[in-house]
Design a protein around this ligand. Structure first.
Ligand SMILES: CC(C)(COP(=O)(O)OP(=O)(O)OC[C@H]1O[C@@H](n2cnc3c(N)ncnc32)[C@H](O)[C@@H]1OP(=O)(O)O)[C@@H](O)C(=O)NCCC(=O)NCCSC(=O)Cc1ccccc1
Length: 334
């Protein structure tokens, strides 16, 4: 019964030299994490690791599908057929990202229905950034440039996440996000080469989005309760503050080429640090938005709930079709 450490029943003292089963499983898990190997759905994992992944992956999935709304607002008003086709494709990609991510979460033993119920009941988080309004066409370009740019900065390290299905989903998502970022920047470039009114529209949009985008990376490391374990488990590879700094450093030269000013009087190159210093983020505003009191939280949730309700007939029809196919296959096999 006690041939190997793995055979000792949970919580039972084993013969000398053998480790109880639960400890052995934990040790095997820790060893895989230390070796930077992937954890797969069939592998044993600590319950806290599983819960952390469900939390992060589902929040990420919710962000993708709620994130369809701000830009979706402009599909019917895009200024040309070309811009409309690009925007349609981008918003569809975001829906697709949500689907990969819900599938990755399902490998952890949760159902998509339960995750969506939590979102629709207002109990689940999604990214703060999607609670701001898209007031002008320039917002579509700025979301591509800055929001997708920030999303890529955050998501590229997740391609190396310790949980296999999440890491693999992220590879394709990052490729698509790169296209999103470039289309946004190219859209803004075209506007900056246009009239004075178009240039002013871009600058006004950058002024509104810049700070919420910096906050999107999450609270400062010192106030980030999930970071320590996320890092230990190889879910999070780079801290919130380090990603934010990388983003600022990458954005400054892009803004200069575009010809816009970033709305931060304290932004300046620090030779000693080899990074840009930047001003204070309004964390009270961030937490107000995260806690449901941003400019569009209620509208975003109501739109999502309504879309889900209106899609009920599609789900019913798909299920009825699947049942019919199954019954036919059974009849043919009999
Ligand atoms: C970095 C972080 C977001 C947060 O680090 P953690 O270690 O997990 O947490 P930490 O301890 O630092 O925070 C304490 C609490 O604060 C919460 N909170 C923090 N930040 C936010 C926030 N911004 N918004 C709302 N809540 C936030 C956090 O959940 C936690 O609350 P909890 O304890 O759960 O109640 C991490 O979860 C991550 O990398 N996620 C995956 C990437 C992902 O989800 N990306 C989404 C954008 S996808 C996209 O943009 C694509 C696109 C582009 C354009 C158009 C359409 C689509």
């Amino acid at each position: 019964m006690y041939t190997q450490a793995m055979d000792v029943p949970d919580g039972q003292p084993g013969p000398a030299g053998l480790v109880p089963r639960a400890d052995a499983l934990q040790q095997a898990f820790d060893a895989r994490i230390d070796a930077d190997a992937r954890i797969e759905p069939q592998d044993w994992m600590p319950e806290a690791y599983r819960k952390t992944l469900v939390r992060q992956i589902s929040q990420h999935a919710h962000s993708e599908i709620i994130g369809m709304q701000p830009e979706g607002n402009w599909i019917s008003r895009a200024p040309s057929l070309k811009r409309k086709a690009i925007l349609l494709a981008k918003v569809q990609d975001e829906g697709g990202h949500g689907l990969y991510l819900y599938s990755a979460a399902e490998t952890l033993g949760v159902s998509r229905d339960a995750l969506l119920d939590a979102l629709h009941a207002g109990k689940a988080k999604y990214s703060s950034i999607f609670n701001y309004p898209t007031l002008t066409w320039a917002d579509v370009g700025v979301i591509g440039w800055l929001v997708d740019g920030a999303a890529i900065m955050n998501q590229v390290p997740i391609c190396r996440c310790s949980y296999g299905p999440y890491a693999r989903a992220m590879i394709r998502i990052c490729k698509e996000e790169s296209f999103h970022q470039r289309q946004g920047y190219e859209n803004l470039m075209a506007m900056m080469k246009g009239t004075a009114a178009q240039r002013a529209m871009v600058q006004e949009s950058v002024n509104r989005w810049y700070w919420p985008v910096l906050a999107m990376f999450g609270p400062p490391d010192a106030d980030s309760p999930n970071s320590a374990l996320g890092m230990r488990w190889g879910i999070k590879r780079i801290s919130n503050d380090d990603l934010r700094q990388k983003f600022v450093d990458a954005t400054v030269p892009q803004a200069a080429i575009l010809g816009v000013t970033l709305p931060d009087p304290d932004l300046k190159w620090n030779e000693e640090r080899g990074h840009h210093d930047y001003g204070a983020i309004d964390w009270d505003d961030f937490w107000a938005v995260v806690n449901g009191n941003g400019p569009c939280n209620k509208e975003r949730l109501a739109t999502r709930v309504q879309a889900h309700r209106e899609g009920q007939w599609v789900r019913d029809a798909a299920l009825a079709h699947a049942r019919k196919q199954q019954a036919r296959a059974l009849k043919e096999a009999a």
